[in-house]
Design a protein around this ligand. Structure first.
Ligand code: TYD
Length: 134
């Protein structure tokens, strides 16, 4: 599947912790956009789309949530609950995210500016694309 967890180097000790992310060192693409997501009700389901080109790293800097990832063949759930880890999702992965803790804050690093034409928002269209690309 075009998705993996990245473990970041954590600096610091009992005084506190710090993670530093450098383009092309820790982040494998040019970072063209950063956005963050918070204030979600626990049972809301966000995402429900795939991207043609966009790559993203999603970091749960506070709280926790679940990412459901689907490549048209396989579906898996990734639980995010630490700022020391990033979920790297490349193109052509359907994603849904849910099960938000009250304090959940997600920071997303993205390889492209926001472009609606890069989105596939209908699951059947996504499956059709997966089949055509085989
Ligand atoms: P959307 O992609 O639907 O959110 P999610 O997949 O997290 O549920 O985006 C929600 C709204 O925010 C939508 O109106 C588009 C807008 N938006 C931007 O303007 N820029 C961005 O970088 C993103 C991610 C969304």
């Amino acid at each position: 599947m075009n998705a993996q967890l990245l473990d970041f180097v954590v600096h610091g000790d009992h005084d506190g912790k710090l993670v530093a992310l450098e383009e092309h060192e820790d982040i494998p693409f040019d970072v063209r956009r950063v956005y963050y997501i918070w204030g979600n009700s626990p049972d809301v389901c966000r995402g429900k789309h795939a991207h043609d080109k966009l790559e993203q790293i999603i970091i749960c800097v506070s709280g926790s949530c679940d990412f459901i990832l689907d490549d048209g063949n396989e579906r898996k759930t990734v639980h995010l609950d630490t700022p020391s880890r990033g979920l790297y999702i490349k193109h052509d992965i359907w994603r849904e995210f849910t099960n938000f803790s009250e304090d959940c804050v997600l920071v997303v690093l993205a390889s492209e500016h926001y472009k609606e034409s890069d989105y596939t928002r209908n699951y059947h269209d996504f499956l059709r694309k997966c089949t055509n690309e085989k």
